[in-house]
Ligand binder design. Structure first.
Ligand SMILES: [Zn+2]
Length: 269
């Protein structure tokens, strides 16, 4: 992209697509996908303005959630020289960074869909999904021992890394990636749902909402529909459902930090 100009092939593809869609509409046909994507109306050169706005909103929700968690564990809850009592602080920091990274690249990808931005978006999403699976297992099974944590995380990190390398350097296989993401998504939703059912955690009800919200976002990702008025498709709607669940999710994490810290301190005294 020299001099801020779009690549000619890229722009032609867009106008060709819109012309084709116009023809199809006049003939009474339904929209079709082009290069695996629905036709969207661009706004100021942004390909999917609604998805970009929702990604930015998700990013700010994640930042807000992570920041409030940070303030809680380091400034409000008792700690022993800079170290928190809560055993999952470091893991939630990594989760926060991975999710903000993922929403950032989602916003970039939906503004300008080229090979590089697509790979960055997909890779970040897979990394986030893989890490949230690890954290689901570690938290639900209350794995606090460092060696046991490594035993759980190592094979999953190896798998996720291999998958990302495969997508980037061998083949960007949408079907395969969908299967991998749905598998990782379903397992972690099940882990949280079962745990929410058996635990006596005071904030377990928040988990229920997050599980339902996560399931809904996943269904929208699987059951694709063409964009309404050329703007909102299933994928964008999926990005909308994650906004309230993100709020509730970080609220659960903060409750968990308080709950664990207070029960640990009770044991000590
Ligand atoms: Zn997206």
């Amino acid at each position: 992209m020299r001099g801020g100009k779009m690549l000619p092939t890229f722009d032609c593809r867009y106008h060709c697509m819109l012309a084709r869609e116009d023809e199809r509409e006049q003939l009474g046909h339904k929209p079709v996908k082009y290069h695996g994507k629905w036709p969207f109306w661009r706004v100021y050169g942004i390909q999917e303005p609604v998805a970009v706005a929702l990604s930015a909103l998700n990013l700010s929700m994640q930042f807000h959630g992570w920041l409030s968690f940070f303030i809680l564990v380091y400034y409000k809850l008792p700690s022993m020289d800079k170290r928190t009592h809560y055993e999952y602080t470091g893991l939630w920091h990594i989760y926060g960074i991975l999710s903000m990274n993922s929403w950032f690249w989602s916003a970039v990808f939906h503004s300008r869909d080229v090979e590089l931005t697509e790979k960055l978006d997909y890779s970040s999403a897979v990394a986030l999904l893989g890490f949230s699976l690890i954290i689901a297992i570690l938290r639900a099974f209350n794995v606090r021992d460092e060696a046991a944590r490594v035993m759980v995380a190592a094979p999953l990190i190896a798998f996720v890394t291999t998958h990302i390398l495969y997508l980037n350097f061998y083949k960007l296989d949408y079907g395969l990636n969908m299967k991998v993401c749905v598998a990782m998504g379903v397992i972690q939703l099940l882990v949280w749902a079962i745990w929410a059912g058996v635990t006596r955690h005071p904030s377990r009800w928040k988990l229920w909402f997050v599980v339902v919200g996560g399931g809904l976002a996943m269904l929208l990702e699987i059951y694709d529909f063409p964009p309404y008025q050329g703007f909102v498709d299933a994928h964008a709607l999926g990005h909308a459902t994650t906004i309230p669940s993100t709020y509730l999710w970080w609220s659960f994490i903060r409750d968990d930090a308080e709950f664990r810290t207070s029960s640990l301190l009770k044991k000590i005294h």
